[in-house]
Ligand binder design. Structure first.
Ligand SMILES: *Cc1c(COP(=O)(O)O)cnc(C)c1O
Length: 391
């Protein structure tokens, strides 16, 4: 079992790059994605081989970019539970409702998948210091994996970020710098430090490998649902890595002959206080405008501009999905419902997904017989200072 990575490519201008060099973006300024030799991967990465593999996202070795096992930096991320709804599905007449509960990942969110991959690949390529702009969870994850890899780490976050995210970074030996504004402003500061101090930046989609970690959510869903993908996937969207990643995984799995050409309807959820993707979806544009004054207590959704906006919008449209914004109150109610009706204590972003589910049932976008997966992307425990105010 070996990685079958072949090269990097730009889905916008089609330029190709070697995977053996350290690189952030394509020359054209847009995100790079990873290509694999899927014909080769298919010979060992079979459905039948899966039960014998390790119980983490690293089980999909052939379609992951790390070449040498010794470079894998892991805390056991992935293979999170797909919980059947015990209450909400019944109440709303949706018989096959599931929660993909990413809160069980190391460092309390699905950011662990992307950052474990990015740090492993950076280690393989000889990187010594890594920097990241974050709304919270990405910084925690980066710091933990850098601690394991003995790589220096710096995290730039908005000054409004919940306390837990700075505390764990510091415990992991990372440096924290707070800036006024949103993750966009943190990104500007990262750019400055990359120029002046030679850090390697792993900002969302400005580095090709985080998405390869996040795409494993798509592989897992297929596996956990016995290779029949759900009808609807509800995903709280910031930078969109998970949504784009799963969409990529579906194409790869079709080439591996694990699934057919049917795809789930991809639903992107944002907050009314920061909804650039929803606006672009409704306006029918291919790119999203920068959102002015982004506000929401779901910190991971406070992303005013995403470099992969065109990829998110493309996946939503091709899948016959939709995008919708929910209010802060609806997010709170979703967070409470998931906690008290399902026993899952979600991040507010997960609460937003459930709020969107309610809207989609009401509008009849979701039908009674649909298999629906709601993503809870992180743990409520990281947001206690915020949740305390909203009890
Ligand atoms: C980062 C984050 C998101 C948004 O994820 P993207 O894949 O960047 O859109 C959602 N929820 C939580 C808890 C996050 O940390």
């Amino acid at each position: 079992m070996k990685s079958t990575i072949t090269n990097l490519f730009c889905p916008s201008c089609n330029k190709e790059y070697k995977h053996t060099i350290l690189i952030n973006l394509c020359e054209c300024g847009l995100p790079l994605l990873v290509n694999y030799d899927l014909e080769k991967a298919k010979t060992t990465l079979t459905k039948e081989s899966l039960p014998h593999r390790q119980n983490s996202m690293w089980r999909y070795t052939e379609v992951l970019p790390v070449l040498k096992t010794e470079n894998i930096v892991t805390l056991g991320e992935g293979m999170t539970p797909l919980q059947s709804s015990v209450s909400i599905g019944n109440k709303y007449g949706v018989n096959n409702l599931y929660f993909k509960d990413e809160s069980t990942n190391p460092t309390g969110s699905f950011k662990a998948r992307g950052l474990a991959m990015a740090v492993s690949k950076a280690k393989e390529l000889g990187v010594k210091k890594i920097i990241i702009p974050t709304a919270g969870n990405a910084g925690s994850a980066l710091a933990a994996y850098c601690a394991r890899a003995n790589i220096k780490c710096k995290v730039i976050m908005p000054d409004s970020t919940p306390d837990a995210f700075a505390i764990d970074v510091i415990y992991h030996g990372g440096e924290v710098e707070k800036v006024a504004g949103s993750i966009k402003d943190a990104g500007v500061r990262v750019h400055e430090l990359v120029e002046n101090e030679n850090w390697f930046a792993v900002s969302t989609l400005k580095e090709p490998y985080r998405i390869e970690g996040k795409k494993t959510m798509g592989y897992e869903l297929a596996e956990q649902l016995d290779f029949v993908l759900p009808d609807v996937i509800i995903y709280p969207t910031g930078g969109g890595t998970g949504l784009i990643g799963m969409w990529k995984a579906f194409d790869e799995m079709e080439q591996l002959r694990w699934i057919d050409s049917r795809r789930p309807k991809m639903v992107s959820v944002q907050s009314i206080g920061c909804a650039p993707i929803v606006k672009a979806f409704n306006d029918g544009t291919n790119n999203a405008e920068l959102w002015e004054n982004p506000t929401t207590h779901a910190a991971g959704l406070r992303v005013p501009g995403a470099i992969g906006d065109f990829l998110i919008l493309d996946a939503i449209r091709k899948s016959n999905g939709t995008a919708l914004a929910v209010s802060e109150e609806a997010i709170s109610n979703g967070t409470k419902d998931m906690s008290c009706l399902e026993g899952i204590f979600p991040a507010p972003e997960g609460g937003a997904s459930l709020a969107a589910f309610y809207e989609l049932v009401k509008s009849e976008f979701i039908k009674q017989d649909d298999t629906v997966v709601i993503f809870n992307t992180g743990s409520g425990y990281k947001y206690l200072d915020v949740l305390k105010e909203r009890i």
